[in-house]
Design a protein around this ligand. Structure first.
Ligand code: CUA
Length: 353
């Protein structure tokens, strides 16, 4: 085992880095879109250490496979054209040739070498990603997959939120990666933000680990990558990467208990008289349900329904009127509110900034 590790560790990193990134990465990045408020992700534009390692390894694999394809396809095309049927062949079989030690040796040894190189590169990348040491300033986040949303907890900071991870940017002078503990409350899900890291499953009764280290401020989109039921495709994720001081400001605001705006008293009373409180938590109140997303700072989030619609008054009203219309199968029931009640409830939820 140790000997394997030695081979893997001593395998030249430069071969992975230089060859692939110099040639192919530049090619793909030239046509890549910018990272500003994206709705679609881009696997060719990694912005985080693990994603960069995986990208480099996969580009080397693509490069080697493309070379093999060109050689095999080229030889095949040449043979088809050069030795195609001609009228003067008169239906005779061509000469049958068997046995060439040189050729047989070549087509055995070369593929073995190629597979060995790919094996070492892959092992090296896995070792780098999974064996990474956690720096003292790293942020810990627990992500719990639910049908069909993401519960996000910051145990060091005492913050609970949903569907949107906020993390600080990491720069080479002060590395601040985020380490994720991945769990599931029901079925298997998979956490995937392609520009930040590879995918890792969230499995019931098990804690999986992964980490991200975004190096550029911005929003990165991702999604659940393991079929988990009806709304699997709309179990979307956002990672919002802040400059360090913005992250601290966000964290300080999230730590506050919910505001209690007397203007929204009617909606507040209504909220606490319904079964909403059995499923949702609002910090600093009697609502401490754990089944649905924490609503303490609901309006600080960009989306509703785990990325399904933008979070604003009209969409919130539509969601509260009947979530089943917007996200069929979602586990939040239609609360059957009358129009007046709906307005009061929305007015209250809008105060949860
Ligand atoms: Cu959760 Cu698919």
């Amino acid at each position: 085992m140790n000997c394997c590790r030695l081979i893997i560790r001593s395998f030249p990193r430069t071969l992975v880095g230089k060859t692939s990134s110099a040639i192919v990465v530049a090619m793909f990045q030239a046509g890549a879109a910018s990272a500003e408020t994206p709705t679609v992700t881009n696997i060719f534009k990694p912005f985080s250490t693990p994603a960069e390692s995986i990208h480099q390894a996969s580009m080397l694999v693509v490069l080697i496979c493309a070379a093999i394809f060109l050689v095999v396809g080229g030889l095949l095309a040449y043979t088809v054209v050069r030795f195609r049927h001609r009228p003067e062949d008169q239906g005779r079989e061509p000469p049958q040739i068997y046995g060439s030690n040189q050729i047989e040796l070549a087509w055995t040894v070369i593929p073995v070498l190629i597979v060995f190189v790919l094996l070492l590169v892959t092992a090296r990348t896995i070792y780098d990603v999974q064996g990474a040491a956690k720096p003292p300033d790293a942020i810990d986040i627990t992500v719990v997959g639910h049908q069909w949303w993401w519960e996000i907890r910051y145990p060091q900071l005492g913050i609970v939120t949903a569907n949107e991870l906020h993390v600080p940017v990491s720069d080479s002078s002060k590395r601040r990666p985020t380490f994720l503990n991945l769990q599931s409350a029901d079925v298997a899900h998979s956490f995937w933000v392609p520009q930040l890291a590879g995918k890792t499953d969230l499995i019931p009764n098990r804690v999986n680990q992964m980490w991200i280290e975004p190096k550029q401020v911005g929003t990165y989109v991702g999604n659940c990558a393991e079929y988990c039921g009806l709304q699997h495709a709309r179990m979307l994720l956002r990672v919002i990467v802040h400059p360090p001081e913005d992250f601290d400001r966000w964290a300080a605001a999230q730590k506050e208990s919910a505001v209690n705006d007397p203007q929204a008293q009617a909606g507040r009373n209504l909220f606490f008289s319904t079964s909403c409180i059995n499923c949702h938590t609002i910090e600093g109140t009697a609502a401490n349900g754990k089944f649905g997303p924490d609503l303490t700072h609901l309006m600080a989030r960009e989306t509703l329904g785990s990325g399904v619609i933008a979070n604003n008054r009209d969409n919130l009203r539509a969601w509260m009127r009947d979530p089943q219309v917007i996200k069929p199968g979602v586990l939040m029931p239609n609360m059957q509110l009358a129009d007046g009640e709906l307005e009061q409830m929305v007015a209250y939820l809008m105060t949860l900034k």
